[in-house]
Design a binder for this molecule. Structure first.
Ligand SMILES: O=C(O)c1ccccc1NCC(=O)[C@H](O)[C@H](O)COP(=O)(O)O
Length: 205
């Protein structure tokens, strides 16, 4: 099970979180209290070179120019499409694509998994925010027997206290968290450590 710590805002925060050895770090380029500039993204990706940690840029309905600039100028490994992007748009980024859907999407699970993205991320229900809301949904609504669990990414209100149960119940390929490992709006290394430990059964490796 891979882990993504999302909403990193500075090189310093990236370095602190990297010590806990997540598989992915996320930076938000969409309108958000966590939004960062492309220049900062480049500084973060440069600072993580050689660590093996992949950097994911989170966008809501980007243009092709914006997504391409994220990969080429920002040095991103993946683009996370967190809006209402079409199948055709997302497919252009196969090999570098995460497609997020709110748990209350109008699309069926089978339609969501028809998107040719590397991961299909199921997040909190869409209400006020597109993402990073810290709101949990009922994991038992996921049709685990019929979806491609090797591409399933789980997010939405996860934290060090509920992650062991979520991981055990859902067994996704990727787990994504933001609010649940923050204190006062900043990433909290102790919470990140506890979160990853509770997924990896006591080992941070
Ligand atoms: O984090 C944001 O502010 C954000 C804003 C707009 C679109 C997506 C956003 N975050 C995407 C993520 O990948 C979060 O990690 C995911 O939504 C889970 O967030 P949380 O419930 O806070 O753990």
């Amino acid at each position: 099970m891979k882990v993504k710590i999302c909403g990193i805002k500075t090189v310093e925060e990236a370095q602190l979180v990297a010590k806990e050895r997540p598989d992915f770090i996320g930076v938000v380029l969409a309108p958000s209290k966590r939004r960062v500039k492309l220049q900062t993204v480049r500084e973060i990706t440069d600072s993580l070179k050689g660590t093996g940690i992949k950097v994911v840029g989170v966008y809501v309905n980007p243009t092709k120019e914006e997504a391409d600039a994220g990969l080429n100028e920002g040095g991103l490994d993946y683009i996370q499409f967190h809006g209402d992007e079409s199948k055709e748009f997302v497919e252009q980024y196969k090999g570098h694509a995460i497609k997020a859907f709110p748990s209350n999407s109008e699309l069926s699970y089978s339609e969501r998994f028809d998107f040719k993205a590397d991961y299909i991320l199921i997040d909190s229900p869409r209400e006020e925010y597109y993402g990073g809301s810290g709101v949990t949904f009922n994991w038992s609504e996921l049709p685990l027997e019929t979806i491609d669990r090797s591409r399933l990414a789980l997010a939405g209100g996860l934290n060090p206290d509920n992650i062991a149960e979520a991981a055990e119940q859902v067994k996704p390929a990727l787990i994504d968290v933001s609010s649940g490992v923050e204190t006062g709006g900043e990433k909290d290394p102790d919470k990140v450590r506890a979160f990853i430990k509770n997924i990896r059964g006591g080992h941070n490796d």
